[in-house]
Ligand binder design. Structure first.
Ligand code: FAD
Length: 608
């Protein structure tokens, strides 16, 4: 036994129905004739049921049997296939994320549901989640012919999509890519030659065709990322009827054997060993200056995948948390400090166990709020006709994306570690679920650009964008919230701590900006700046939700069946503000120390 997916729908319902203004999204032209807020309970309950009953049971095979590689073919467990088709055929993925499908749900809702399906079997998430991202690239940048040939089959999940950037010598630095695209006499058609590695779903036996969205350099294009172009490279070339036809000279050379996600075929893919692999260019070839559109195009998919990585961390942390709550309630060990004479007690009564539960609960609620509010802005950007909201959406999406990716995926590992700790020695054992969750979640800080790359994006690009105006507008949103609510009855201490941390955060950034003139300083502080910014944002969201919850408590009273939920929301905010937010204050001292050890230390000291 390893996996045991657990989650609830209560917090998602609070976020979508009591906190985020989903009516604004449902009122847009895109959604006004479709679902309403009243449909959300049914949608969420159904998704959780499907994730638990159908997808969850496939997780054990994915982890224990994993993928097999035989004679160039990848074999996945039958249960992975069943779970994949359950997800895509029931419209949870696929049609729900095809923007042209009338029955599509808003992204905010789709990603609330995806939390369940990802955690139910993380190994197969790459197989169903990449389809819509890859199809989206063809939809946005492809010719009519490419769109008609590929999009319907990819959105429906009949064909799978992959994203192919990484090469053995080109990981974080995608610009070192050596995969070539050689023009043919057919405009827009190129011969692709090169090797990609770590390609999720690069080969599998689940779908009839695999469509690789592949970065390659057209002969003569500029060096670095600037010269890359993006190609649609199908495993089988579609025939005249649009069905998989001739094999397109793509070979899987092997699968990577991984710490987690063992049921996800992560492949080394060779393109054009026989010189006949055809790739179809998206958009135009590079102009005279050698600049291709590939990286800019790929960023559309990568930004979505970055949000997906943050959500995945949250999803797995939530499952680990619910498992650890159940275990803490069942496990008898020791005597309660408050009542030792009562005999042995369940460990949930111990203060340190409750502390670990609060750490997980408050962080997970913060992650979920960060992620779903960001997808709310995605819906606004895509569908709102309000120009002011559009402007704000751009700001939030720019700044939120690297924080969601890196802060949520990093800290979710700490949450899962606390869940594992609650199990004591049993947590370290594969017979209990958290061990696998911990292994599976370890990928999220690594892929889609390591979390250092995200931190550099925040510090080097987003904070300085338009002379700092974008980031200033992002911070102002927090300041406005604090100004409007800092007198809230019962939360005076929390706001005092928060206001103090905000001032220290501002001082820290000023201190660091001066230091960043020294080469290497921005790089050594980037990750810590991202984490401080993540904490600041998380604290604001938790406070915002706690104020709503407190109002509900005042209205409903403590006898109401839902009281524990609202009391929990208030407790999450109080715990986070009093225990985590002061770390921002401590970071100011670190910044003031302006330590240069990392910059000065000779590499030799590490080899002793
Ligand atoms: C399970 C899995 C699935 C994946 N799926 C896909 C996929 O579908 N498609 C795809 O294209 N790729 C995929 N990848 C590849 C993944 O995106 C890369 O592993 C990742 O981008 C890091 O590249 P790398 O492994 O070469 O590490 P490297 O780039 O070698 O980095 C190693 C370490 O050095 C740090 N580092 C690197 N350069 C710098 C620098 N300039 N300054 C400071 N620090 C630096 C990194 O942050 C990291 O900590 C997958 C990987 C895994 C493990």
């Amino acid at each position: 036994m390893s996996s045991n997916f657990m989650n609830t729908t209560r917090d998602q319902k609070f976020i979508l129905k009591e906190w985020l203004d989903m009516n604004t999204v449902f009122a847009t032209d895109r959604f006004k004739d479709g679902y309403t807020v009243d449909d959300l309970d049914f949608i969420l309950d159904n998704a959780l049921k499907g994730a638990k009953e159908v997808v969850g049971p496939s997780c054990e095979d994915s982890d224990q049997i994993g993928c097999q590689f035989e004679n160039g073919k990848v074999i996945t467990p039958q249960s992975s296939k069943d779970a994949y088709f359950f997800i895509v055929n029931n419209g949870f993925a696929g049609s729900n994320v095809d923007p042209d499908d009338e029955s599509a749900l808003p992204m905010t809702v789709v990603w609330a549901l995806n939390e369940y399906f990802i955690a139910a079997n993380p190994s197969i998430q790459t197989l169903w989640l990449a389809n819509s991202g890859a199809a989206g690239l063809i939809r946005d940048f492809g010719s009519e012919e490419l769109k008609n040939t590929y999009c319907p089959k990819m959105y429906s999940g009949e064909w799978a999509g992959t994203m192919d950037l990484t090469e053995p010598q080109a990981g974080s630095d995608v610009g070192d890519s050596t995969t070539k695209a050689i023009p043919t006499d057919d405009p827009g058609v190129y011969l692709i030659k090169g090797t990609k590695c770590f390609i999720s779903g690069g080969e599998q036996d689940i779908t009839d065709n695999i469509i690789h969205l592949t970065l390659a350099r057209i002969e003569g294009a500029a060096k670095g990322t600037r010269g890359l172009s993006l190609f649609v490279v199908p495993k089988y070339l579609p025939d005249a009827d649009g069905n998989p036809g001739l094999w397109n000279d793509i070979n899987c050379a092997g699968i990577e054997h991984k710490l987690g996600h063992r049921g996800s075929p992560t492949c080394v893919v060779n393109f054009g060993e026989e010189g006949t692999c055809k790739g179809f260019l998206l958009g135009n070839p590079p102009g005279e200056d050698g600049t291709g559109a590939g990286m800019m195009q790929m960023f559309k998919m990568m930004n979505e995948e970055r949000l997906m990585s943050g959500l995945s961390g949250c999803a797995l942390a939530a499952s680990a948390y619910h498992n650890s709550v159940e275990y803490a309630n069942d496990r008898i060990q020791g005597r309660a400090t408050t009542n030792p004479k009562a005999g042995r007690c369940n460990i949930i009564k111990h203060e340190d166990v409750k502390r670990m539960l609060m750490y997980q609960k408050s962080h997970i609620e913060a992650f979920r709020a960060m992620i779903l509010s960001t997808f709310w802005w995605v819906d606004i950007e895509n569908y709102s006709s309000d120009p002011d909201l559009h402007q704000l959406a751009k700001i939030f999406l720019e700044v939120n994306t690297p924080i969601v990716k890196a802060y949520c995926s990093d800290v979710s590992l700490q949450c899962i570690s606390e869940a594992l700790q609650i199990y004591g020695g049993y947590g370290f054992s594969e017979e209990y679920p958290v061990a696998e969750i911990y292994r599976d979640a370890r990928i999220y800080p690594i892929w889609e650009g390591t979390n250092y790359i995200q931190s550099l994006d925040l510090v080097g690009r987003k904070m300085t964008m338009r002379k700092g105006q974008v980031f200033a507008a992002w911070v102002k949103h927090i300041e406005d919230f604090v100004a409007a609510n800092k007198e809230a009855a019962g939360f005076e201490k929390e706001f005092e701590i928060y206001v103090n941390a905000m001032a220290k955060y501002g001082e820290t950034l000023q201190t660091l900006m001066a230091l960043f003139a020294t080469p290497g300083m921005a790089q050594q502080f980037a990750t810590r700046v991202l984490h401080a910014t993540g904490k600041l944002w998380a604290g604001k969201l938790l406070l915002e939700m706690a104020l709503i919850a407190q109002k509900k408590i005042d209205e409903l009273g403590t006898d109401h069946f839902d009281y524990p939920f609202y009391a929990g929301k208030v407790a999450s905010a109080r715990f986070f503000i009093k225990n985590i937010i002061p770390e921002i204050t401590a970071f100011l001292e670190v910044a003031k120390n302006a330590d240069t050890t990392v910059l000065e230390v000779p590499e030799e000291i590490f080899f002793v």
